[in-house]
Design a protein around this ligand. Structure first.
Ligand code: FE2
Length: 629
């Protein structure tokens, strides 16, 4: 008897809200309430809202153990999805209950939520209602995760081209997110193509171009209409508004055979212009490093010529991203770092205490990667244009041109000349995180090392750095990688680089792969025809016969989906539940580090509110401490 207060929180992000009609049933140990609509004045369930509703019950319900959320059609509004964060109930006597949800509620359905206390099955033994609920939840979840396999089964055996573009959507029609939908709607647009060089899944390629490379003879006339009347190519080069994405590394990489057919690889060059509006757009694309048979494609070419040229660049991105930036320069080098840490630093060493959390699961995920991806008959061989041989060649090339500075985030930004591009959230967030890690590491290092000589004399530390240099970087001195650490500043930079690579760098490369790749033409893993040697030869039909066919698309999408699933027991950057440090000072430094990361996260979430595509990959909350997926 009396009035229950019900608070409902909606996820604080794009499209989390709903127009559907939401009702609730409170289920108590004694009785359950009637189903009551949750409806205040005006629009409810907006993103980020926590709304309070009053619910009168003439009956006494007992302790509230369960709530049912009913999502039903409202008026003429189309079906939508709702992300509910949690429900809170306060009884007429002031007893408060919290029901975590943190999931999407799709279409129209009823979802049962349990009160937040952890309960084993034996704890529910006295309540048939609760036993039934946990059984029903598991049955539903097994069906959902079974569906993935069933739905993919038909696709995985189909070696045909996609009959029409929209069909591609069918592979993962049950796993849409606002970003996958955004990509599908905007993938053809030059501004979105340019945007991805800044805030996509591989935002570390473009360099400022002050002089055109001689193998890319773009003339002023070719780009005049793209640049606008008031300027010229020369002017824009001088002003620093021209950028280049060069995939020279792909030249000569052998291509795979998939479903019995030869695949193709190109080594494109793509010129981009930073427009006065602040948007980066492609203005010219050449699909090889040289040669008379490689026209320079322009936005003014026919629609499908230009889309195909851009798709070749996106494919080059896929190959370099997956083989070099992601697999080699996070997973595999982090493995060398992990092994050296385990081989060379004893448990009582302060740097062991510092680094161990940043090696968590790295060996495990790499074993899985080798088993699923890098083996005969694995995913790379079955669905990637470079296959096993090409991927090995590509990784070897990536290794030989790797530099220390490219892994030191602020140096990389400087060297690529991208410090002034507007709306480059990857850079802005990355610099903040780098600096937060640096001050944390600096505190730890200065607490344990009193002088440069002290660093130099630490034989365990030197053996650690030496093993990384020899095993991880094959003793390549041209790379600029230090083989020994001679001073406090050198040590701070080196440790910062490692912690950044294991956590933030991997998150930036890993977490968006599914969202940005689910619409396959935006991130194709192979191409089934050679790049066109003349303009005017591409149509929708020839495009569909060039991009991956049904089965290899499905293989890749399934893989991207799995590696972007949040691991069940993730630990975000800066969380150290295992207390390896017992002294006060390191604990204080950890707390300060966590405080700074929380602040950065808040700044990012605030900034994202006004963006059409939120950039979340470097939100410290979404960065894992280690390369673990
Ligand atoms: Fe990964």
């Amino acid at each position: 008897m009396g009035t229950y207060k019900v608070r409902v929180a909606t996820g604080n992000f794009l499209l989390a809200g709903t127009f559907s009609s939401i009702s609730i049933t409170l289920v108590g140990t004694h009785e359950e309430s009637d189903k009551k609509p949750l409806d205040n004045c005006g629009k409810d369930f907006n993103p980020g809202a926590v709304e309070e509703f009053k619910l009168c019950s003439r009956r006494w319900l007992g302790d509230i153990v369960l709530v049912r959320l009913h999502k039903e059609p409202y008026s003429f509004y189309p079906t939508d999805n709702w992300y509910c964060s949690f429900v809170e109930v306060v009884s007429p006597h002031g007893q408060s209950y919290r029901f975590p949800c943190y999931q999407w509620i799709e279409g129209y359905c009823t979802l049962e939520l349990r009160e937040g206390k952890g309960q084993l099955v034996c704890d529910d033994a006295d309540s048939p209602l609760l036993l039934e609920q946990r059984q029903a939840e598991l049955t539903h979840r097994r069906e959902c995760y079974g569906q993935v396999e069933l739905r993919l089964k038909g696709f995985l055996s189909c070696t045909n081209s996609w009959a029409k573009l929209d069909d591609i959507n069918k592979v993962f029609c049950f796993n849409k997110t606002p970003i996958t939908e955004y990509v599908r709607a905007h993938w053809r647009e030059d501004t979105f193509f340019g945007y991805q060089f800044l805030n996509g899944v591989h935002p570390m390629v473009i360099r400022r171009c002050t002089e055109l490379p001689c193998n890319f003879p773009v003339t002023p006339a070719m780009v005049a209409s793209s640049l606008g009347e008031s300027t010229s190519l020369q002017d824009e080069l001088e002003k620093g508004n021209i950028f280049l994405a060069d995939y020279k590394i792909l030249e000569g990489v052998p291509a795979n055979t998939i479903n019995g057919y030869q695949q193709y690889i190109a080594a494109p060059l793509c010129l981009l212009h930073l427009q006065p509006s602040g948007e980066l757009v492609p203005v010219a694309i050449q699909l090889s490093q040289s040669g008379p048979d490689s026209p320079i494609f322009l936005p003014s070419d026919s629609e499908w010529d230009w889309i195909l040229a851009k798709t070749w660049v996106r494919y080059a991105e896929f190959l370099v991203h997956e083989s070099v930036s992601h697999l080699l320069l996070t997973h595999l080098i982090d493995e060398a770092f992990t092994l050296a840490t385990l081989h060379q630093l004893p448990m009582c060493h302060p740097l062991f205490k510092l680094l161990l959390p940043h090696t968590r699961y790295t060996l495990h995920i790499n074993v899985v990667g080798r088993t699923l991806l890098l083996r005969r008959g694995g995913i790379i061989e079955r669905a990637m244009g470079s296959g096993l041989e090409g991927t090995k060649v590509l990784m070897a090339k990536g290794m030989s041109c790797l530099t220390y500075s490219s892994l030191c985030f602020p140096d990389d930004i400087q060297e690529r000349g991208v410090d002034c591009i507007p709306n480059y959230y990857y850079r802005d967030d990355g610099l903040k995180i780098w600096s937060a890690i640096e001050s944390f590491v600096s505190g730890i290092v200065r607490h344990y090392y009193r002088s440069d000589a002290h660093v130099l004399a630490d034989c365990e530390l030197q053996a650690w750095a030496d093993e990384i240099f020899r095993e991880g970087f094959l003793g390549n001195e041209v790379s600029g990688f230090p083989s020994s650490l001679r001073s406090i500043p050198e040590l701070i930079k080196y440790l910062t680089m490692w912690i950044y690579c294991c956590s933030a760098r991997h998150a930036a490369l890993n977490n968006g792969q599914y969202e940005l790749g689910a619409w396959m033409p935006n991130f194709p893993a192979t191409m089934r025809n050679p790049p066109p040697q003349a303009k005017g030869t591409t149509s929708l039909e020839s495009y569909l016969d060039t991009i991956p066919e049904v089965n290899s698309t499905s293989t890749i999408l399934f893989t991207l989906w799995v590696i972007c699933c949040e691991p069940g027991d993730s630990r975000s950057l800066g969380t150290y539940p295992d207390e390896h440090f017992t002294e006060e000072e390191p604990k204080r430094l950890i707390a300060a580090f966590q405080g700074r990361l929380a602040q950065i996260s808040q700044e990012i979430q605030e900034r994202n509110k006004s963006l059409p595509i939120p950039y979340r990959y470097l939100d410290p909350h979404q960065i894992e401490n280690s390369t673990s997926i």
